[in-house]
Design a protein around this ligand. Structure first.
Ligand code: IPD
Length: 282
């Protein structure tokens, strides 16, 4: 079986370089436009950073596949193939980036098909918090780390003592917002300690890995928001599953993550679904 540790080292170096580009871009004037909806933002920096990450990785690993947020928005097919595949969000929290709100990350995941019959599996994840320099890393079977210190999820099983994180997603039509607010109301009235929205799915998921919050749920995120974080959470001892309670489907644009199965199951039971389609069908 191939040892992918060299890929983790490479991903870390690239994430740090990309983070430097984001740090300097945040101080400059931004050219902002929108993609799928008026609230789904993209900037010149998103394109520049994705180009930097993919071209550097492609030079090193010419046979690998690539899924990137901005390439997908530009029409490149979003699918996991037989090739080892990098899954990249160049700037997660683009709206935060536009406002210089300090929750912005570079996310690099990597999936590999280990056996012919099995689906590709998430192998490693690197998430770099561009504002405070926190670096989250994990490789399957080798633990998850924050700036080199081992991560451990919260072991809380009692939902009334849980802090829950979510993100809004790009759809803002009244029917979607009603379901979104209804889901949040159920989780607030459990009662839980609270619900937080920070504007970056990847960083919110890192907070599950570090034990700072007990659960995360969202409809409307993408495979590049989940890929790296899923490895980090699982290696920190947590669960990353589908909103139905079944196994995670990376392309399904929905997720529940939690430190314990009990809290994950509780969250799953509260949720009314919001249909965002699939990443591999657009
Ligand atoms: C988005 C952010 C946002 C979440 C969206 C993500 P982007 O990523 O994480 O908080 O609600 O679902 O797609 O567009 O900033 O990379």
């Amino acid at each position: 079986m191939e040892d992918w540790s060299h890929c983790l080292d490479v991903a870390v170096q690239i994430a740090l370089r990309a983070g430097q580009v984001v740090q300097s871009a945040v101080k400059q004037e931004k050219q902002v436009s929108s993609k799928s909806t008026p609230t789904d933002l993209v900037t010149e920096a998103d394109h520049q950073v994705e180009e930097l990450i993919i071209s550097t990785l492609r030079e090193k690993y010419p046979s690998h596949g690539f899924i990137g947020e901005e390439s997908s928005a530009a029409g490149v097919t979003c699918e996991l193939t037989d090739d080892p595949t990098w899954i990249i969000d160049p700037i997660d929290g683009t709206c935060n980036f536009v406002h210089s709100f300090p929750m912005v990350a570079v996310s690099i995941g990597f999936a590999v098909r280990k056996e012919k019959i099995s689906a590709p599996q998430l192998e490693l994840g690197v998430i770099y918090h561009c504002f405070d320099g926190t670096l989250y890393t994990a490789r399957k079977g080798h633990g998850a780390f924050c700036n080199g210190v081992r991560l451990q999820v919260s072991k809380e099983k009692d939902v009334s003592k849980a802090l829950i994180l979510t993100e809004i997603g790009a759809k803002r039509d009244p029917a979607t917002l009603d379901i979104f607010l209804g889901n949040m109301k159920k989780l607030l009235s459990a009662p839980t300690h609270g619900v937080r929205i920070i504007g970056s799915s990847t960083l919110a998921l890192c907070h599950i890995a570090s034990g700072a919050a007990e659960a995360y749920y969202q409809y409307g995120l993408h495979c590049w928001d989940i890929a790296a974080a899923a490895v980090i959470i699982r290696e920190a001892g947590g669960y990353v599953i589908d909103t139905t309670g079944g196994p995670l489907d990376l392309m399904s644009r929905r997720v529940v993550a939690a430190g314990t199965r009990q809290i994950a199951d509780y969250v799953v039971k509260q949720l009314q679904p919001i249909n965002y389609g699939r990443d591999d069908l657009t």
